[in-house]
Design a protein around this ligand. Structure first.
Ligand SMILES: Cc1cc2nc3c(=O)[nH]c(=O)nc-3n(C[C@H](O)[C@H](O)[C@H](O)COP(=O)(O)OP(=O)(O)OC[C@H]3O[C@@H](n4cnc5c(N)ncnc54)[C@H](O)[C@@H]3O)c2cc1C
Length: 346
């Protein structure tokens, strides 16, 4: 890749897959990149929760690759031992009638997962990048800096130190996060803010349940229809996971999650487990169970834009709400935005 002669500095808020893809591409071209993330780790919704009762990929369950660029990247991850194909025994379960009706899913889709957990991908991509974690960016302002040049400055909350202003300023601002969170930071890039505001995101309740013994479900993962649940999967059936304990991830349907968005987590957990019992027919109490609310699990509408970019305010946005959603869309969106920024610097 051609390196830039007078490299700009770029602040990227969000170290999920889109932010990491953008950062890697920019840094490889010689751009100075600083990432910020409010979480303790990187990877965003490509997430894994480790508990005393086992490990759960509670966000993205697997990823598919259709675009040639992402297919090549996934092949590299497989070669590097960061990902592996996952071919679960997969069924569809219809709950709309009197009882569960099962059918086999043989859709020919190639599914991949991170090894030994989903969050491995983000960690690997973040190696060699400057990432400030545990830092919530609360404001991004554009104004004249040294020599009168317009610069971006950030303020936020440091998980350890409290209120903080970022030392130094940046030529470019990139938001790499769900659209409502991006809109909150893009006030000084009004066009981008309006576009981010127009994109809704939908929630998803997840339950992470462990059991003392393997459940006799007859399948490892299921798409569920006509139910409060939409997806259930035996996490320990994925490659590279500990075989024990028996860990299941349940995802609630979009409508149900929207309706129960503010319900107490314990109630949600109990109701999703009861639905799980009915869907699987396994009447076994979990050894442990907890609910996790993803307020912004995925986009609620579609756009043809791959990223948002404004050369005037030197700002951009990437994320899965652009470029076709999901893990692949997030990665492609980050890549596209990096390309736009590099093109404007040459
Ligand atoms: C329940 C669930 C199931 C899913 N299943 C699948 C699946 O099976 N297959 C698939 O391909 N995709 C799936 N997805 C979607 C996939 O996880 C996402 O599309 C992708 O990970 C999004 O990446 P991103 O970089 O756009 O955003 P994120 O991963 O959300 O990254 C955004 C980052 O920004 C950070 N952030 C936000 N606001 C701030 C702030 N103010 N300051 C600092 N940091 C901030 C967040 O902490 C986060 O790390 C699923 C998602 C969920 C939640």
């Amino acid at each position: 890749m051609n390196r830039i002669i007078d490299p700009p500095s770029v602040a990227i808020v969000g170290a999920g897959l889109s932010g990491l893809a953008c950062a890697r591409t920019l840094q490889d071209a010689g751009v100075h990149v600083q990432l910020f993330d409010k979480s303790r780790g990187v990877g965003g919704r490509l997430a894994t929760r480790r508990t005393d009762q086992g490990s759960f990929d509670h966000g993205a369950q697997y990823f598919t690759a259709r675009d040639a660029r992402f297919r090549e990247t996934v092949a590299q991850w497989v070669e590097q031992g960061l990902a592996a194909p996952w071919a679960p025994s997969l069924v569809a379960i219809d709950m709309a009638g009197a009882g569960p009706v099962r059918s086999t899913v043989g859709d020919g889709t190639v599914r991949h997962v991170g090894l030994p957990a989903m969050n491995r991908i983000g960690r690997a991509l973040a190696e060699g990048l400057a990432v400030r974690t545990d830092f919530t960016v609360t404001a991004a302002r554009r104004g004249p800096g040294t020599g009168g040049l317009m610069r971006w400055t950030l303020a936020g909350t440091d998980g350890k130190a409290g209120e903080a202003v970022v030392d130094g300023s940046f030529d470019w601002l990139v938001t790499a996060m769900p659209s409502p969170q991006a809109a909150a930071l893009l006030g000084d890039a009004a066009d981008l803010q309006a576009q981010a505001r127009a994109m809704p995101m939908v929630p998803c309740w997840a339950v992470l349940a462990s059991f003392d013994a393997p459940l006799d479900t007859g399948f490892d993962a299921a798409f569920v229809n006509g139910s409060a649940l939409t997806w259930i999967a035996r996490n320990n059936a994925k490659p590279g996971r500990d075989r024990q304990p028996e860990c299941w991830v349940l995802h609630a349907a979009r409508d149900w999650s929207e309706a129960e968005l503010e319900a107490p987590a314990e109630d949600v957990c109990a109701r999703m487990l009861e639905e799980f019992r009915q869907v699987t027919g396994c009447d076994v109490a979990p050894a442990s169970a907890r609910a996790h609310r993803w307020r912004y699990s995925g986009p609620g509408a579609r756009t043809d834009l791959a990223c948002l970019f404004d050369a005037g305010s030197q700002a951009g946005a990437c994320g899965d709400w652009l470029a076709g959603s999901r893990v692949e869309g997030a990665w492609l969106s980050g890549l596209e935005l990096a390309g736009r920024i590099l093109a404007s610097c040459r």
